[in-house]
Design a binder for this molecule. Sequence first.
Ligand code: HEM
Length: 401
Amino acid sequence: MPVMKTSRYGKWFKTRILGKIHMFVPSTEGAKMIFTSDFANFNKGYVKSMADAVGKNSLLCVPHESHKRIRRLLSDPFSMNSLSKFVKTFDKMLSERLNKLQESGKSFSILDFSMKLTFDAMCNMLMSVTDDSLLGRIEKDCTAVSDAMLSFPFMIPGTRYYRGIKARRRLMETFRGMIAKRRSGEESFEDFLQSMLEKDSCPTNEKLSDSEIMDNLLTLIIAGQTTTAAAMMWSVKFLHDNREAQQKLREEQLAMTKDKAAGAALTLEDVSGMSYGLKVRHCFEIKKGWHVNIDAAYIHYDPALYKDPEQFNPSRFEEMQKSYSFIPFGSGPRTCLGMNMAKVTMLIFLHRLTSGYLWTVDDPDLSLEKKSHIPRLRSGCPITLKPLNKSKYARMVNKSK
Ligand code: HEM
C-alpha cells in the first residue's frame, strides 16, 4: 500500500505499476510545479496502446520538440471565428433533437444522446460529414480505437487492441479518401480539414503532413466526444438532484433570452454572458524515468480546498479559487486544445435544456461503468423531457419568493 508523503510541494505518493515507478501528485503545489515546468524536466508520455491507436503524430503523443509546431497549426480552427460558426450549428442540431425527443414522450439515455450529438457535431466541424451511414461507420471505428487505447498491446484476433488497430486502419483509409477528393477539387467545404489543406503550398514547417492531419482528426474526435458527453450526463444528473441549483440556472437562462425571438439561434456573445452556467526535486524528489500523474480528481475532492466537496454546489465557483485547485482541462502548454469548444458546448446544452424543458431521471441506479476511461453511470442516465411552460414557471417562482 503506497504511503502518502508531504513536502513543500504538497502531498504525493509513489507506487509500482507493471514494473514502472509512478508518482501520484494530489496537490495544487505539485500540479503547479509540473504544469509550469514547460516540460523542461518532464516529457509527456502515454502508454504504447494509446500511441498505436491514435497514431504517433497525435498531439496527445508527439514528443515535446514537435508538440509546439503541431499544436500551433491545429489551433487555427479553434479561433473565435470558427467557434462562432460552431455555436450556431451545434445549437440548431441540439434544439431539433431535444424537441423531437420531447415530442416522442419517450425515456432516453442522456449519455447515448450526448455521445451521438457531440460526435455528429465534431464530424461536421472537422470534415463536414453529415451522411448518416458514413457517420455510423466512423463512430463505430472511433469507439473501437478509443476502447483499444488502454488495452494490452498484443495483436491477437478478438482482443480490444486488435479490433482498435483494425478500426484505425479503416479510418485512415476513409480520411485519405476525403483528402484526395478535396485535392482533386471534387469536394470543397468550409471546415477544419479544408483549412489544413489550404496550407498545401506553405513551407514544410508551416503545414501539417497528411499523416499528421489524419492522426489529429482522429485525436480531436476521440478527445472531444467522450469527455464532453460525460460532462453533459453528469450535469443532467446533478441538476436533477439539486433543484435549487437547477432553478437558479433556469432563471438565468430565461432572463438571458427574454428579449430574443422564440426559437432564435444562440450566438457566441449570448453564451459568453452565461455566468452561473462557468517542482522539486528535493524533498519531493522525482527521479529520471518515473511516471508522474497529477491526480486532478483527488484535488477536486480535497476538503481543504472545497467545503463539502461531495456536494454539487455551483455557487462555490463564485469565490476566488486557489490556483491549480480546478484543473479539469489541465494547464500550461498541454492545456486541453478544445477547452473553449467544450465550454460553449456545455453552456448551450444547459441553456436549451433548462430554458426549454423539465426532466425526470428514470433510473436511480448510481453504479458506474467498469471499463470506461471517464466515470459514467452504467444506466446512461435515462430521462424523460416535458416542455417548460414559461409563464406557469414564472408564477411558481414568484410565489416561492
Ligand atoms: C468537458 C470536456 C473536456 C475535458 C474535461 C477535457 C480535458 C482534457 C484534459 C485534462 C487534457 C490533458 C491536459 C494535460 O495533459 O495537461 C486534454 C487534452 C486535450 N484535449 Fe480535451 N477535454 C475536453 C474536451 C475536448 C474537446 C471538445 C476537444 C477537441 C475538439 C479536446 C481536445 C483535446 C486535445 C487535442 C488535447 C491534447 C492537448 C495537448 O496535448 O496539447 N478536448 N483535455
